[in-house]
Write a protein that binds this ligand. Sequence first.
Ligand code: FES
Length: 105
Amino acid sequence: MPEIIVTTREGEQQAVVFSPGASLMQSICEGGLDELLALCGGVCSCATCHVHVDEEFFDRLEPVSEDEDGLLSGSGHRRKNSRLSCQVRMTDDLDGMRVTIAPED
Ligand code: FES
């Protein structure tokens, strides 16, 4: 099974197995990490699923939508490798990607 490595806000790393087709947010939450609040349930309206993605993998992701871009612009922790994890669809070629949960705004 493909997996990603998630770094928590405390700096702990955890391997999380994912199913291709799931969102990155679902994968992180189902992997047992509860600090990603994902308050809107994945409909791109809360930004509490903000993560920083391994730059090596960033270009393999689907582009940021206008809605996602608008929400990320409201974050004080936006970086060029920021994504809302509910908007990232997992695929086999993301196996090994490293993701860091962004600080809370
Ligand atoms: S879960 Fe709300 S924007 Fe991603």
